[in-house]
Design a protein around this ligand. Sequence first.
Ligand code: PNS
Length: 171
Amino acid sequence: MTNGKLGRVTRAVYPGSFDPPTNGHLDVIERAARCFGELLVAIVVNPQKRAPMFSLGERETVLKACVSKLHNVRVEHFTGLLADYVRAARADVIVKGLRVVSDFESEMSAALMNRSLSEVDTLFLMSDQRYSFVSSSLVKEVFFLGGDVAALVPEPVLRLMTEKRTSLQRR
Ligand code: PNS
């Protein structure tokens, strides 16, 4: 494992649902990959979440395609507590993106909870202003109502979303 820009901190975990991954996620991944020696993009497997658009396998495949040129980034998945995954992965830090002030409230409690469970801190990257309004749920809603989201998601994601919509329309 190599050192990133931040010196001692070498392995970071970027967790999320990624249903679907957006350009906002990709921007955080690219910037975090420059800061840390190694970045694990960790997809949460949440059995309680009903009807995700992308299966876990699809999310893993598109995320891997999106990060294929980033040699210090790995895509993984986990079930259960993020704190347990982070400890098992021997990560130094959790990294998250902050889009708007309203994100701060829930992220602060999550960061404190995760630190109390795992002693691992969360570092935040401010979202690029181009993506501060972009969320997976909004992208899905707009896309399935016929809106253009081409500027908001990576190309492999748009392709898979289009396939999904076409197969739904055929039913
Ligand atoms: O992309 P999301 O849905 O905003 O990501 C949320 C995520 C995956 C970071 C959060 O739901 C999570 O950490 N889930 C794992 C279960 C857990 O540890 N819950 C307590 C969090 S303090």
